[in-house]
Unconditional design. Structure first.
Length: 355
């Protein structure tokens, strides 16, 4: 089966978060050389121009050897002990930084969702105020009350106001849910940053040959209160569970199961389109529903596209999530961070799709 549910706060989580990996391009030669051959060469000087050399100092643009070494590390986190080597430390530090960024990006999306809902509520409130002002205008003159046009306006406005109040209640509910999700996501980022800093302090104490430059940005160790210890422990348990549950989803996206799932979804949408196609073209309902169905169809067809680039992206996402899970488990089980795994309570409030 393919998990699609996502449970976010103090509950079991199933989160399918997608993010594009960074792309790295390699060039065998500098294309800027060819440009400067037909220009004044800037500040390169006559010797450089004559030699056809690029005026840009590419040595300053190269990644430090240390960074390149980290990217080339191929270490199984499961095999790392409680006192890692320098290379193992770099591997763990790199992956933990990726985890923090992953959840930070997700938190920013949740913030955007919350702010969008707040904006929609503001727009709806303005419509509601406009409607109420129109009703007040009908009461501004005693002669308006018995006029047929006034009665017609009043009926329409009262019906509209009732609908706006229902919409408002619904949007307020979703606003509060998005707010809770955003607050939860900020706490998760805070926990990830705590794990990063805790690990650096641990490494400083346990790895004697660690280059001090690797700890140049070390922040003071944070002492957790009993309440924070409980919250952080729960948060770590939630994201660990989330990553464990998401493994099958990303595996399915690579081995073809997810494509079969989307193929069924595509047939469902196409059946709906066929069902309403037999009705008159001037039907307002048909025009609205058909537009929504066409959008759904285009979306699922986009998900079904498979080319080398998309396959590589999905494979990388699967590998990343496998690494994320291993590193979080390492913090809990090998380093003993945040105590034992707490029991999580399922909360159906957050049992919905998140994109």
């Amino acid at each position: 089966g393919v998990p699609r549910r996502s449970v976010e706060v103090h509950c079991k989580i199933r989160k399918q978060t997608r993010s594009d990996p960074s792309k790295h391009f390699k060039m065998s030669e500098c294309p800027v050389v060819h440009i400067h051959k037909v220009t004044d060469g800037g500040d390169a000087g006559p010797e450089a121009r004559a030699a056809g050399k690029c005026p840009v100092d590419h040595t300053a643009m190269k990644k430090p050897a240390e960074t390149q070494e980290v990217e080339q590390l191929d270490i199984d986190v499961d095999q790392i002990g409680d006192t890692p080597s320098v290379k193992e430390y770099k591997k763990l530090k790199k992956v933990m930084a990726m985890i923090t960024k992953f959840y930070y990006d997700g938190s920013e999306k949740k913030r955007g969702n919350y702010e969008t809902m707040v904006e929609q509520l503001g727009n709806l409130e303005a419509d509601k105020n406009m409607c109420e002002e129109q009703l007040k205008a009908l009461d501004s003159n005693p002669g308006f009350k018995i006029h047929p046009k006034s009665k017609q306006y009043r009926k329409n406005l009262n019906e509209e106001l009732e609908g706006l109040n229902k919409q408002k209640a619904n949007l307020e509910k979703h606003r509060d849910e998005y707010h809770d999700l955003y607050q939860w996501s900020k706490k998760i980022v805070e926990i990830c940053e705590y794990l990063e800093n805790h690990f650096d302090h641990y490494a400083k104490e346990k790895i004697p040959d660690l280059n001090p430059i690797l700890l140049k940005n070390l922040k003071p160790a944070k002492a957790l209160s009993p309440e924070e210890m409980v919250d952080y422990s729960k948060g770590l348990a939630e994201i660990t569970y989330n990553l464990a549950e998401s493994q099958d989803f990303f595996a399915a996206s690579v081995d073809g199961r997810l494509k079969k799932y989307h193929a069924i979804e595509k047939k469902i949408i196409e059946a709906q389109i066929e069902a309403i196609s037999k009705f008159p073209e001037d039907s307002m309902r048909k025009m609205y529903i058909m537009d929504e169905l066409q959008k759904d169809l285009a979306y699922v067809e986009g998900l079904m596209v498979e080319d080398p680039s998309s396959i590589n992206r999905k494979s990388k996402m699967l590998k990343n999530h496998q690494e994320f899970l291993k590193v979080l488990v390492y913090h809990r089980e090998k380093l003993g961070v945040l105590g034992d795994v707490p029991e999580l309570q399922y909360n159906p409030k957050y049992d919905h799709y998140t994109e």
